[in-house]
Design a binder for this molecule. Structure first.
Ligand SMILES: NC(=O)c1ccc[n+]([C@@H]2O[C@H](COP(=O)([O-])OP(=O)(O)OC[C@H]3O[C@@H](n4cnc5c(N)ncnc54)[C@H](OP(=O)(O)O)[C@@H]3O)[C@@H](O)[C@H]2O)c1
Length: 231
C-alpha cells in the first residue's frame, strides 16, 4: 500500500523539493503552506499523488480544517515532516519580544500543534521528522543575529527527544535533522550573497530517504546534517 506523507512548508525551498522527491517514490503527499499558487503548481507536477492544502499553521481554525480534511479523506499518515519555518536575523539587542514570540510560534508551536492534532491519525510504524538547524544543535558554533531562531530550533530538537519517549507506545518514531546551510529563499533573504554547499534539491532527496527509512535506525535522535560547522 502507498505511504502517505504530510510535508509542511512545501511551497518552496527544502519542503517543496522533499515533496517532489517523495512523490517520485510513489508516496502520497499532502503539501502544506500558506502560499496557494506555488502549492498548486507543485500539485500539478503529479496531481494523482500530490494534494495541496493551503494552511496557515499558526492559525488554529486553519489547522482544524486541515485535520478534518485528513480524517475524512485518508486512511492514515505514515510520515509527518515538520519543515515549515521562518528566520529572523537581528542582533540580540534589537530583537523585540514580538520577534521572539513569532520565532517560537513559527518554528516550535506549529510543529507541536499539528503533531498533537494528528496523533490519532498516525499509522503503526510512522515517522515524524522535525527539521531543525545546526543553530539548534548543542555545541555547534553560533551565528550572531540568530539567537531567537537558534533557540526556537533548539527547542524543536529537544521536543523530538521528548516525543520519541512519549509516543513510543503509539508506535511513532520522532527524529530531528539539524541542517547546515542549504541554498534556498530563506538563506538568500537572511544572508544575501552567501553560497551554501548544498542545494534544496539535494537536501530534499536526503530528507525524503531519511523520512522513509531513518526510523529503522534512529528514534529520539538529534542528527547534524552539515558538511561544516556551523554552516
Ligand atoms: N536553508 C537553510 O540553510 C536551512 C538551514 C537549517 C535549517 N533550515 C530549516 O529548513 C526548513 C525549510 O527551510 P527553507 O530554507 O526551505 O525555507 P523557505 O524557503 O523560507 O521555506 C519555508 C517554508 O515554510 C512555510 N511556512 C512558513 N510559515 C508557515 C506557516 N505559518 N504556515 C504554513 N507554512 C509556513 C513557507 O511557506 P509560505 O510562506 O507559503 O507559508 C515555506 O514553504 C525551515 O524550517 C528552516 O528553518 C533551513
Amino acid at each position: 500500500m502507498k505511504k502517505t506523507a504530510i510535508i509542511t512548508g512545501a511551497s518552496r525551498g527544502i519542503g517543496m523539493q522533499t515533496a517532489k522527491t517523495l512523490a517520485e517514490k510513489e508516496v502520497q503527499i499532502i503539501a502544506i503552506a500558506r502560499s496557494k499558487k506555488p502549492l498548486r503548481n507543485l500539485e500539478q507536477i503529479n496531481p494523482d499523488l500530490i494534494t495541496a492544502v493551503p494552511t496557515d499553521l499558526t492559525d488554529e481554525e486553519s489547522v482544524n480544517d486541515l485535520v478534518l480534511l485528513l480524517e475524512q479523506n485518508y486512511d492514515g499518515i505514515d510520515i509527518l515532516i515538520n519543515n515549515a519555518g521562518a528566520l529572523i536575523n537581528k542582533p540580540f539587542e534589537d530583537l523585540t519580544l514580538d520577534d521572539w514570540r513569532s520565532q517560537i510560534e513559527s518554528n516550535l508551536i506549529t510543529a507541536v500543534h499539528i503533531t498533537q492534532r494528528l496523533l490519532n491519525s498516525f499509522n503503526k510504524n510512522s515517522h515524524v521528522v522535525n527539521i531543525s538547524s545546526m543553530g539548534g544543535y548543542q555545541g555547534s558554533a553560533k551565528f550572531p543575529g540568530l539567537a531567537a531562531y537558534s533557540a526556537s530550533k533548539g527547542a524543536l530538537s529537544i521536543l523530538s527527544e521528548c516525543l520519541a519517549t512519549e509516543l513510543s507506545n503509539h508506535s511513532i518514531s520522532v527524529n530531528a535533522l539539524c541542517l547546515g546551510a542549504v541554498q534556498t529563499g530563506m538563506l538568500e533573504e537572511a544572508f544575501p550573497g552567501f553560497e551554501a554547499p548544498v542545494s534544496a534539491s539535494e537536501m530534499g532527496t536526503y530528507i525524503s530517504e531519511f523520512a522513509l527509512t531513518g526510523h529503522s535506525f534512529y528514534n529520539g535522535k538529534i542528527l547534524p546534517v552539515s558538511l561544516t560547522d556551523p554552516e
